[in-house]
Design a protein around this ligand. Structure first.
Ligand SMILES: [Zn+2]
Length: 348
């Protein structure tokens, strides 16, 4: 996120804000003319704090993982075409999941950079495990919010070039952006607003984060986690979030998920990042708050965004699981491109 801020400051690129009227949403503050979490917007930093963060990032210690990346499990097209009853972490917050014939992709990010610029901004450190054209047929794409490591124009354009009729579900305010990019089937939803797709109930849920792609569009679109409920299985995608009471509330209202995708990376310097990104210990608290049966780690090891070592999040995840006496095989940090079938053999 930090480098987005730098890129945004220097480029002040075109806004993708929506001109729709969202005053009907309880999550839209009409006075401020933007969406708002009940906890306010603690991620909105003063320029002096931003520059202090930039200084700290530029002085960061040498990070070997930033240079060499992480091991990748490569997949061939024919293997992916039979992808079934499984989850795969592709990288960052991109998850491929299939259950009962419905194939889901979250926050597709297959690009070389998480940035509006092809020559600057966070560069991918771990290669993609396969190309977009090799993906199996996707039924639905879930988008958490519009930050560049989650909503990537060229990935989406490439995806719809190969699979033009995919359904995209997005939080309020993102529809226009996707239509502009050529997506034909987009449904915007507010937090807790459910829709039914092939007998699966899908709805966005509140998380503590923010949105922006330029200097001019802060919180003009909503951000969200997502819950998907089959009759015998459920999947929760936390998207991008600081730790908050939202997860307990989500489990209370919608039940505990069989599998939860929870972010574990991009959390230092802590004071700066805390409101927007949880650390691994908070990710384990989130797992416990949700009372999820299984957890899969996301949002680490793909783009260098913040000052912690890139290999620190999975180490701290393991330590925190140990401290909380949670078996390691319940909440896993998969390798990029690694498949995991276990959550699908034990149903709700
Ligand atoms: Zn974000």
């Amino acid at each position: 996120m930090y480098r987005f801020i730098v890129v945004t400051l220097i480029s002040a690129l075109t806004a993708c804000g929506s001109s729709m009227d969202y005053s009907h949403s309880p999550n839209f503050n009409s006075n401020l003319n933007r969406f708002q979490h009940p906890d306010g917007d603690p991620s909105n930093k003063k320029p002096s704090e931003l520059f202090a963060m930039i200084r700290e990032f530029s002085k960061r210690k040498y990070d070997q993982s930033e240079q060499i990346g992480f091991p990748v499990k490569l997949s061939e097209r024919h293997e992916l075409s039979t992808f079934s009853e499984s989850v795969m972490w592709i990288g960052q917050s991109t998850i491929l999941l299939n259950h009962k014939g419905l194939t889901v992709l979250t926050d597709p990010q297959f690009s070389n950079r998480a940035s509006p610029l092809f020559f600057g901004g966070p560069k991918r450190v771990t290669p993609i495990p396969f190309n977009i054209k090799d993906l199996p047929n996707i039924d639905v794409v879930l988008i958490s919010h519009n930050h560049y490591d989650h909503l990537d124009r060229s990935s989406i354009r490439d995806l719809i070039k190969h699979q033009p009729s995919i359904k995209f579900l997005v939080p309020l305010g993102l529809g226009q952006t996707l239509y502009k990019w050529g997506v034909v089937d987009v449904t915007e939803l507010d937090w807790w607003q459910a829709i039914n797709l092939q007998d699966v109930e899908i709805q966005p849920t509140p998380v503590k984060h923010w949105s922006s792609r330029s200097l001019l569009d802060r919180n003009k679109s909503l951000w969200a986690g997502w819950m998907m409920k089959w009759d015998d299985f459920s999947f929760y995608f936390a998207g991008d979030s600081g730790y908050s009471s939202d997860f307990k509330e989500t489990a209370k209202r919608l039940g505990s998920p069989t599998l939860a995708a929870i972010p574990i990376g991009a959390y230092e310097p802590r004071d700066f990042m805390k409101a927007a990104h949880m650390n691994p210990e908070e990710a384990v608290k989130t797992f416990e708050d949700l009372k999820a049966k299984y957890g899969v780690a996301i949002h680490w090891g793909t783009f260098k965004l913040t000052t912690e070592r890139m290999d620190e999040p999975p180490e701290r995840l393991l330590q925190s699981l140990k401290d909380q006496e949670i078996p390691f095989d319940k909440f896993r940090a998969l390798s990029h491109g690694e498949k995991w079938d276990a959550p699908f053999s034990e149903k709700m």
